[in-house]
Design a protein around this ligand. Structure first.
Ligand code: ADP
Ligand code: ZN
Ligand code: MG
Length: 491
């Protein structure tokens, strides 16, 4: 099937409808219903006990920390938290599920009716509804590869059985693969800021199923949806949706009907494959979990959680835009992780001009990191080094040219800014007559620019400052230089 056959006109007739189901592992020390370690990467089948193995007679006891995290996440996602929610058994047979059922929540989940705001292509903000957030436990893992006899055997690692999860289900409000990408990005940010999960997609701490249908624009009802599974990066979610949207349109355009089914994303081939159709779909025979009482999340407890809530990414961005006069893009970079934003702000607040720290961090340092393809953590220049540099600039003790030179040395030698500055102690030219002499020369060499300045184009002063700065090899004291240039031009 080649989706490339579709013309833009045909594509434009249709509207995609997307809803996402996200499973996120909660960052508790122990599992949801037993004391086993909740730890990725342990020796297989070492973090197990009668409860998470589902041995007869073993009884679950709910982990209070998991409730805390689920409540915190629910509130951060603007959900209404139910004061009395119910655990339910979701029954199915699978080798990695020794109990024969997952403890989940069904018709009375812990939280409902939330939302996430996402930026859209046309610059507006769109609110994506969250239908529900419910608590459940994870299943184990089937290991199909990596053993000498993997051709004939599958191994089981049950360490993951009983890991606490929050499942977050969106309304079918998403209309483009880009919006889906943004929604996931915002959600991950919120979950990281609230520290309820590490959201590590490679380790499976965050997993996404993408539901998608298409309909002719203006049609009163949704089309038949397909669920795409196994999409383990946000980029792949976008690609899988793009593929699936075109595939469905092609089916309809050629007179067929979209089958309601689950499909698997194959990243290597960049396409989806049918996995099981609705006829083979599970009937989970949900019923209330008899071994657990209703989960009570009082208003007081919710209030306690609200107090624990850190400043969330969106609010933090808005505040930082105002406080440091940042543009939205720079604010997004600085708040990409809570830890980075914390380090930046802690440092910036000690500086003479926090805004200058932000600018240096993003432009001079950020640019050099980007050119070398380095992460922020690999920067030779520490936050303290950036603050020092910003203060030196602010006090005119170095010129921006000198700063650039010092940073170049920092990056060349892998030394922090402070060490380089101490050693090089760049000279500043503060000799008035020497600077004046250079200004005279530049003025003599550029009569046209002088004329423009005197005719009222005051911004021309910058041209002269730049020329003299260059002539002084970046050593002229900037404040003095500015003052003398103005005096000479006026005179
Ligand atoms: P199911 O009964 O198959 O679990 P749900 O109604 O619970 O389906 O929805 C599961 C997910 O699919 C939700 O995220 C929802 O927003 C999304 N969804 C539902 N209907 C559609 C549709 N027609 N097209 C795209 N997504 C849909
Ligand atoms: Zn256990
Ligand atoms: Mg459902």
């Amino acid at each position: 099937m080649s989706a490339a056959a579709l013309s833009p006109e045909v594509l434009a007739k249709y509207e995609p409808v997307i809803g996402l189901e996200v499973h996120v592992q909660l960052l508790t020390a122990s599992k949801a219903f037993c004391g086993c370690a909740n730890h990725f990467g342990s020796e297989p089948n070492t973090n197990v006990c009668p409860v998470c193995l589902g041995l007869p007679g073993a009884l679950p006891v709910l982990n209070a920390k998991a409730v805390e995290f689920a409540t915190l996440a629910s509130l951060a996602l603007h959900c209404e938290v139910r004061e009395r929610s119910i655990f339910a058994r979701k029954n199915y047979f699978y080798p990695d599920l020794p109990k024969g059922y997952q403890i989940s929540q069904f018709d009375k989940p812990i939280a409902e009716n939330g939302w996430i705001d996402v930026p859209t292509a046309n610059g507006t903000i769109k609110r994506i509804g969250i239908t529900r957030l419910h608590m459940e436990e994870d299943a184990g893992k089937s290991l199909h590869d990596g053993f000498s006899d993997s051709a004939t055997r599958t191994y089981l690692d049950l360490n993951r059985c009983g890991t606490p999860l929050a499942e977050i289900v969106s309304e079918p409000d998403i209309r483009t693969p880009d919006e889906a990408f943004e929604y996931l990005t915002r959600m991950k940010e919120i979950l990281l800021y609230t520290a309820v999960s590490d959201c590590n997609m490679e380790e499976g701490s965050l997993r996404c199923d993408a539901n998608v249908s298409v309909r002719v624009k203006g049609a009163p009802v949704f089309g038949t949806k397909v669920e795409v599974k196994n999409v383990n990066s946000f980029r792949f979610v976008r690609l899988a949706l793009e593929y699936e949207i075109e595939r469905q349109i092609e089916v309809i355009e050629s007179g067929g009907r979209v089958t309601q089914e689950s499909r698997l994303w194959n990243a290597g081939e960049g396409r989806t494959y049918s996995m099981r159709s609705k006829e083979q779909a599970h009937d989970y025979r949900y019923f209330p979990e008899p071994d657990l009482p209703p989960l009570l999340v009082s208003a007081e407890f919710q209030e306690e959680m609200r107090k624990k809530m850190p400043e969330l990414p969106e609010a933090r961005r808005a505040r930082m835009i105002a406080e440091y006069e940042l543009n939205p893009k720079d604010a997004a970079t600085l708040t990409a992780s809570r830890e980075f934003a914390d380090r930046f702000e802690a440092a910036a607040r000690t500086a003479k001009s926090p805004r200058r720290v932000a600018n240096l961090l993003l432009s001079e340092v950020g640019g050099r990191l980007k050119a070398l393809d380095l992460e922020q953590e690999q920067s030779p220049v520490s936050m303290a080094g950036i603050v020092q540099a910003a203060d030196l600039l602010e006090e005119d003790k170095i010129s921006s040219k000198q700063l650039k030179q010092l940073l170049d040395v920092s990056f060349e030698k892998g030394e922090d800014f402070g060490a380089v500055y101490e050693r090089e102690k760049p000279q500043q030219l503060t000799d008035v007559s020497a600077i004046e002499k250079m200004i005279d020369e530049v003025i003599a060499a550029n009569p046209k620019q002088v004329e423009q300045y005197r005719a009222g184009k005051k911004t021309m002063a910058g041209f002269f400052v730049g020329q003299v700065m260059r002539a002084s090899k970046g050593q002229a004291n900037p404040a003095l230089l500015n003052e003398l240039v103005a005096k000479k031009l006026e005179g």
